[in-house]
Design a protein around this ligand. Sequence first.
Ligand SMILES: C[S@@+](CC[C@H](N)C(=O)[O-])C[C@H]1O[C@@H](n2cnc3c(N)ncnc32)[C@H](O)[C@@H]1O
Length: 271
Amino acid sequence: MARTQTAWQWFRWWRQWRHLPVVERGGTFQKLLRARRTTSLDWRLVRNSLPRPSTELIEMLDFGAASGEEGVTRRLSVGQLEGTASTDRRKALWLAALAESVEPRSDKDRVILELGTCLGAGAVSFVLGAGGRCRYVGLEGSPQLAALTGERLNKTAPEATVDLRVGPFRDTLPTLLAEQPRFDLVFLDGHHDGRILLDQWERLRTSILPGGWMVVDDIRWSTDMQAVWNTLAHQPDVQAVDLFRMGALRNSGPGQPTSGGPRRIPFPLLA
Ligand SMILES: C[S@@+](CC[C@H](N)C(=O)[O-])C[C@H]1O[C@@H](n2cnc3c(N)ncnc32)[C@H](O)[C@@H]1O
């Protein structure tokens, strides 16, 4: 797995992205693009909902790609985590737009699942995008980060139903899936490893409702993440949109048209 680190490597990804076909006018992604252009997400509100100063140290039990099976305890400041692992403004606008673009079903609120909540910036963006009318399920390995996410959601959208589950995904995901949930929106943002991403996709794909989305973060984080994203973007029954750092797959439902590969968004909307 070669990590994307240098400006030259990012430039090469950007050149590749630029040559993808752009989403068609009036096509499947129009509703999402409109939601992205018109979203009223207040990024300052998202940031200010963080209930800790950026200098505060957090002891984080990390099960990410660079840690072993048992996880590694790291001491990081809130500011470091915000700067390196948390959703930023450009991503937050897309997360809010995705939540907004999902039609609430008449009998139920939208159901949103996030793998890897970190400090809760993505969670707050989703819930605000859904206007607080959603059930949010978050899986997080670190108890301290899960607690912060809960505090933040409670402060910004107390009306949302929040279900936070703490532990490594290898334990929490099978338990959750055994309950046979159905999701409108799934955000995979935990374990940046192509093999794990493929495994999570295979486990979750049948739980996504027709018209629902699976969003993958950091699709150009490494060559193997990019290779697996590319495989997913060519799956039957999905339509794929490449936002540059993130990718989104829409479940078009069996027998519906597929995109035959990813489309990219117009340059100014890049995430
Ligand atoms: C990139 S951060 C998530 C950022 C967050 N989604 C946001 O929008 O701000 C990744 C998170 O996933 C968690 N994580 C990574 N691998 C995990 C695993 N295997 N099991 C449980 N949690 C994991 C980490 O603790 C970290 O909080």
